[in-house]
Design a protein around this ligand. Structure first.
Ligand SMILES: [Zn+2]
Length: 420
């Protein structure tokens, strides 16, 4: 039995993050770090307060924040809204914890924890000011960060000041960034594109990143595996320099930074890759059907762990849904059940092991690459969902599946069973 639900527009994120690199001077770095540390201090203090007084809610937490501002000068120096966002971070963690308890998810419930390495401080609509040309930002609270020139190609002049809801300073392995979160509908920024009259099904594989029902194959990007080798080396170097129970050396700190920089580069490459593939698929098709895989379950499986996490499948899927929404295309998640076993030509079951790369049907004689055969099945499922839904399926709704066939239960999904 399959169930469906429609995701209304507003659930597709319409918050955009624009990011600029900044090159603060040494004394500005000190001030930024101090602001970040203060926001972490507020967060941890409020969390402590919640732990010691279980049952306190939002109001008490904000009131406690006000007390902190009176008690500590360095807290008072940080913009009051920035302190509030630190409290909101605690609230979010606490609510997530309560939610998990309520849902009775087995295992860890995510009890809120103290933060040691906060990397950002978040302002709301006050405490900062943009220059006339919107190329410089000045932080106006008493932390003394001052003016930063923003490096980046995005033109903020495109937006009204009141569309900017949050401003964040982020510290990364390779320097500092200023982020603006702007609230707007992605559809407002694009012209509708001419329908392609095409639909596509895609199968994410182990051998390839994906195969589609039109017979195209997108190979796995090599950079991650190469990058991973280097990452492992850097990680080993880092561990060698680690001194247990002692203050860490400069060499350890350097090794750790090198590792973090590499990690950042690799994850950026991966994100760029999946984004590019998703955009291409959405632009050249009107409907994209993909497998509703349980990535969490799959990554747990040792054999598949590398390829799956490599491929960034869940990131890819979010980009597909996002671009689908943006360009008014339909994305459908279908159950993965039997998609690789059945013959896409006659519908009969053709048992094959994971190592069999070619689908050869002994009923109708159809021969095709195993993943392309699966992709065709996925497309057919996707199209049949659309038929079942009939008039309900509108292009301004993204479609997703929640129910699963009896052999495919959330949380206990054995990837090998469906791939065999
Ligand atoms: Zn067949």
């Amino acid at each position: 039995m399959l169930l469906y639900y429609l995701i209304p527009n507003k659930l597709v994120s319409n918050v955009f993050i624009y990011e600029y690199k900044v090159n603060p001077k040494p004394q500005q770095i000190t001030a930024i770090d101090e602001a970040i540390r203060t926001s972490q201090f507020v967060r941890n203090k409020v969390l402590r307060y919640w732990m010691d007084n279980r049952g306190v809610g939002k109001t008490e937490m904000f009131r406690y924040n006000t007390l902190l501002r009176k008690e500590f000068k360095f807290v008072e120096e940080l913009n009051s809204h920035a302190c509030q966002t630190a409290v909101e971070r605690v609230l979010k963690a606490v609510n997530r914890f309560y939610d998990n308890c309520k849902k009775q998810i087995p295992g860890k419930k995510g009890y809120p924890r103290f933060k040691k390495n906060t990397r950002s401080v978040e302002y709301k609509v006050s405490g900062w000011k943009l220059s006339e040309n919107k190329k410089n930002i000045t932080f106006t609270d008493k932390k003394g960060i001052g003016t930063l020139r923003m490096i980046g190609t995005r033109d903020l002049n495109f937006y009204q000041l009141e569309e900017i809801k949050r401003v964040r300073i982020v510290r990364r392995a390779d320097g500092y960034y200023v982020q603006f979160s702007v609230q707007l509908d992605p559809r407002d920024t694009v012209k509708p594109i001419t329908p392609s009259q095409k639909a596509v099904g895609i199968d994410v594989g182990i051998k390839y990143f994906l195969a589609d029902s039109q017979g195209n194959i997108e190979p796995n990007p090599q950079f991650y595996r190469q990058g991973e080798k280097q990452l492992n080396q850097l990680n080993r170097k880092k561990s060698k320099k680690y001194r247990k129970g002692q203050p860490q050396s400069n060499n350890y700190r350097k090794a750790r930074e090198r590792y973090a920089r590499k990690h950042l580069r690799v994850s950026r490459q991966r994100e760029e890759f999946v984004k590019r593939v998703a955009l291409r698929l959405i632009k050249s098709n009107d409907l994209v059907a993909y497998e509703d895989l349980n990535v969490k379950g799959m990554v747990k499986n040792q054999h598949l762990a590398k390829s799956i996490s490599d491929a960034g499948w869940s990131k890819f899927r979010s980009w597909l849904d996002y671009f689908g929404y943006k360009y008014g295309k339909i994305t459908i998640a279908v159950s993965a059940h039997n998609t690789s076993q059945n013959c896409s030509n006659c519908g009969k079951k053709v048992q094959k092991s994971l190592s069999t790369r070619t689908h050869i049907c002994n009923h109708c004689g159809f021969v095709e690459d195993r993943d392309i055969n699966a992709a065709i099945n996925i497309l057919q499922k996707g199209l049949s969902y659309e038929v079942q839904l009939g008039g309900n399926l509108r292009s301004d709704f993204a479609l997703s599946t929640v129910g699963h066939t009896e052999s495919y239960k959330l949380g206990e999904f054995d990837p090998l069973a469906s791939l065999e």
